[in-house]
Design a protein around this ligand. Structure first.
Ligand code: ZN
Length: 315
């Protein structure tokens, strides 16, 4: 994720993701890396202005306070003034802007090398005053990159409603959409992690004969699509070390870096310019265990609104 958000060949990167993947941290790291290392200016869009302000207070300012390399290019880091506020950080040779993306005016008068859109599916389909629509917010954000030698457009979000989703549109037009294939520790069959559920042939599941929710959650395990043997959350770290991100046509990468892309036959190719990614909570190394996800499902099951939340934010 981080490598695709920062390498120079990939011009557009979109991620359809669940919560709990540390995406916000990765986003902040990318914006600051682009500023310090590559001297590139960014704009970060959040769904509304209040959220953009909160993002700066909660996620950006505390990180800057911990980073010597950023402080070195940002003499005003400890002050509050026209060069350092909730909307703008003016560093040496670089300006980072933070805006709400819900009004057309917020996309004007900006020339940037990088545009990041967070929680894009919370944005309207079209922005503009009254009936005068000015267009799709992703398209308006991309226009801010015109003339950049290495334009970088990044959009990441949990999805909302099928058919009305910006990220779904992005993935359908991307050159390639990659998903993370992990080898089974028993049979080495490479597979994408899926939610299996109660009676699944394979995927993430649990022992439903246990009498309590906690007992069921504690029995969470994964049934391999290849050999039907089980593996567990404790196996995940090593499986991910050996994993490959693979696209629909078999094109793959391990790291997402611009010199690490191959065809299905193993021939080296350049990193695609437009990459989509789908990843969900089961891949997170920050969980207490897969039981956390099973417990959330057992609590939501049978309640349509809670099920919808689980599907959109966890799966
Ligand atoms: Zn297996």
């Amino acid at each position: 994720m981080l490598n695709l958000m920062t390498n120079d060949r990939c011009r557009e990167f979109g991620i359809q993701k669940s919560a709990r993947l540390g995406y916000t941290k990765v986003l902040v790291a990318s914006v600051l890396y682009m500023a310090e290392h590559k001297k590139r200016s960014s704009v970060v869009f959040q769904p509304i202005d209040d959220e953009a302000d909160g993002f700066v207070v909660d996620e950006v300012d505390p990180v800057i306070a911990e980073m010597k390399v950023i402080k070195a290019i940002f003499p005003e880091w400890e002050k509050k003034n026209e060069k350092n506020n909730l909307k703008k950080k003016v560093m040496k040779g670089v300006i980072i802007d933070f805006r709400g993306g819900d009004a057309a005016g917020r996309y004007r008068r900006l020339t940037k090398q990088c545009a990041f859109i967070d929680e894009a599916d919370a944005l309207p389909r079209e922005v503009g005053k009254g009936k005068k629509g000015e267009g799709n917010p992703l398209g308006l954000a991309k226009k801010r990159l015109k003339g950049a030698a290495y334009p970088k457009f990044v959009v990441g979000t949990t999805p909302t409603v099928k058919g009305l989703s910006h990220i779904e549109d992005f993935l359908s037009s991307a050159e390639i959409v990659i998903r993370f294939y992990l080898p089974c520790p028993h049979c080495e069959h490479e597979q994408v992690l899926v939610w299996g559920g109660r009676d699944a042939q394979f995927g993430l599941t649990w022992d439903d004969t246990k009498s309590t929710r906690a007992g069921k959650a504690n029995s969470a395990h994964y049934v391999c699509e290849g050999c039907h043997d089980h593996f567990h959350y404790a196996d995940l770290y090593e499986m991910e070390q050996a994993g490959r991100w693979i696209g629909e046509d078999g094109t793959w990468t391990r790291t997402g870096e611009d010199d690490d892309w191959y065809t299905a036959e193993g021939e080296r190719i350049p990193c695609p310019e437009s990459v989509g990614m789908q990843v969900w909570a089961a891949y997170s190394l920050n969980l207490d265990g897969w039981g956390e996800l099973v417990m959330d499902w057992l609590k939501a099951e049978g309640k349509p609104l809670d099920e919808k939340t689980f599907i959109n934010t966890t799966l």
